[in-house]
Design a binder for this molecule. Structure first.
Ligand code: ADP
Ligand code: ADP
Length: 228
């Protein structure tokens, strides 16, 4: 198993209130799978992505990736894990406004041990003709493609996407999901995608639904060819 999440619990304290955000979450994901996390707003989806990506720590339970227990890592090791292993994509593209498309991608290329070829990535993502433009000169869909290229250039094993289509119109959202499907097939990157876009259900290997911090449904999609 590539990713194994077992009995994960997470609490937030604010003032005197003590909120449980993840309640005994257990999920497993195979190498190369595309996986969607669905659920109402406030159900704990982002928190789950954040603990998997090492941006936040669990209160109990374990997260194991390729037999490495990341829920045990200290901050230095966790930072290396994020750098070497994980790509992040968010609803708002978080591009650096005064750098071009190519330069935005290069920023993370410099951090990588084994970067992908930028020109090939620009081609794959349909950005070759836009590489010298600044983010403000691009459409939302093009900015998100740039953010995807930036996350991928490190050649991460795991791509975590938090509402990647949240700021896009419907047809651009569908294009983006198709593009992510193509990327998964081309690079074999395991993907976890949080979205409200239920059209994605037929495009992923695995569907996980959460509600009030609990997994309420978890199934593999038999109509798709399993991940290699
Ligand atoms: P979702 O992504 O499903 O909308 P989140 O994981 O963002 O849900 O949030 C789940 C719950 O945890 C919400 O009730 C939210 O208010 C709470 N929460 C999230 N982050 C924090 C935080 N840093 N401090 C306190 N509460 C938080
Ligand atoms: P640090 O380890 O110095 O605390 P961060 O937590 O900010 O650094 O980021 C760790 C790694 O996560 C970065 O090296 C980068 O690869 C990845 N990362 C952070 N933010 C983004 C982003 N907006 N887009 C893509 N990858 C990101």
């Amino acid at each position: 198993m590539f990713l194994e999440i077992k009995d994960v619990e997470k609490y937030y304290e604010s003032g005197t209130t003590h909120t449980q955000v993840l309640n005994k979450v257990s999920v497993s994901i195979e190498n190369g799978e595309r996986c969607v996390i669905l659920g109402p707003s406030g159900s704990g989806k982002s928190t789950l992505l954040n603990v998997i990506g090492g941006l936040d720590q669990v209160d109990s339970g374990t997260i194991t990736i390729e037999n490495k227990e990341i829920s045990k890592l200290k901050s230095k090791e966790l930072s290396l894990y994020r750098r070497d292993y994980v790509g992040f994509i968010f609803q708002f593209y978080n591009l650096i406004p005064n750098l071009t498309v190519r330069e935005n991608i290069q920023v993370l290329e410099f951090l990588a041990n084994n970067p992908l070829n930028i020109e090939e990535l620009l081609d794959t993502l349909g950005l070759a003709e836009h590489k010298n433009k600044f983010p403000s000169q691009l459409s939302g869909g093009q900015q998100q493609r740039c953010a995807i290229a930036r996350a991928l250039v490190k050649n991460p094993k795991l791509l975590l996407c938090d509402e990647p289509t949240g700021a896009l119109d419907y047809s651009t959202s569908i294009e983006m999901l198709i593009l992510m499907e193509q990327i998964n097939e081309k690079f074999g990157t395991t993907m976890l995608i949080v979205t409200h876009n239920t059209a994605i259900k037929d495009m992923v290997h695995k569907v996980i639904k959460i509600k009030d911090g609990r997994v309420v449904e978890d199934y593999r999609n038999d109509t798709l060819i399993p991940a290699k």
